[in-house]
Design a protein around this ligand. Sequence first.
Ligand code: ATP
Ligand code: MG
Length: 305
Amino acid sequence: MSAPLPGSVDDTLAMLGSAGYVGDRELATVLFLSLKMRRPLFLEGEAGVGKTEIAKVLAAALGRRLIRLQCYEGLDVAAAVYEWNYARQMMAIRLAEASGTGGNRDKLEADVFSERYLVKRPLLQALEPSPEGPPVLLIDELDRADEAFEAFLLEILSDFQVTVPELGTVKAAEPPIVILTSNRTREIHDALKRRCLYHWIDYPDAERERRIVAAKAPDAPVALTRQVVAFVQRLRGEDLFKAPGVAETLDWATALVELDAVSLDPAQVSDTLGVLLKYQDDLAKVRGLHLRHLLDDARMDVTTP
Ligand SMILES: Nc1ncnc2c1ncn2[C@@H]1O[C@H](COP(=O)(O)OP(=O)(O)OP(=O)(O)O)[C@@H](O)[C@H]1O
Ligand SMILES: [Mg+2]
């Protein structure tokens, strides 16, 4: 069942909340505007801060189909837009030859280059009409694709149309709702950014992160959640190769609940640190001199209002 687009920033915030996403006003505003102005939304931020989740939540809340294009180095038109099913085409040709109907070459060619033999990939799927309204198109981790693909995407995001030479042009009657994400391993070109509204998703502050844990790991006791969040927030202030994202906070809270923890103690924190930090250098650094300090500081953050 599709739902109407939110009518205001407050509605947008409420819509995110009802789908379990704890957003802030800035995000709700840019999301509301991107829906209203029908402009793609370009989200950047560190890993695990909830970029991909926004597209999922949006599709669920609006009752739209979610179409995801995961980007990677070497991603090309065949994987992103369409390709012909050569195996089936060959089979059709062989069968036509064997049955003696292969003589009419024009007819055979038109037949094997018809929609039946077209494999539609995410970008083409996103241009087709859906009964519940335009889908949410998530173009995830665009920074991993190469620049040639980015240039191609620019074209699609301008016209929302694709030409299949053998078949003709497919144009979206209504453009899809487009969310692009990047972890900023490289800069995305200005030309593409210009077509989008932009939002940087930062790590949440402690209050918001507690609300995220309460929404996503509801089994964690309140006192434990406060300590977990305070500790992670302190950890992000350290000079680490890779600071923990919200995803790691959630994993850690869940792990500690599994271990029946009700509060943080140094030995348990040290034993479970691999849930938060995924680089040996970071682990060694924190386990070394720092851990007790960090824990004391985190406990202080919890007791001081
Ligand atoms: N504000 C939020 N409200 C609710 N859940 C959140 C929020 N932020 C992050 N999460 C949760 O954190 C996890 C990671 O989010 P997500 O995968 O969207 O991060 P990401 O920014 O796309 O990370 P990556 O860059 O690694 O792909 C998900 O399980 C998501 O539900
Ligand atoms: Mg992601």
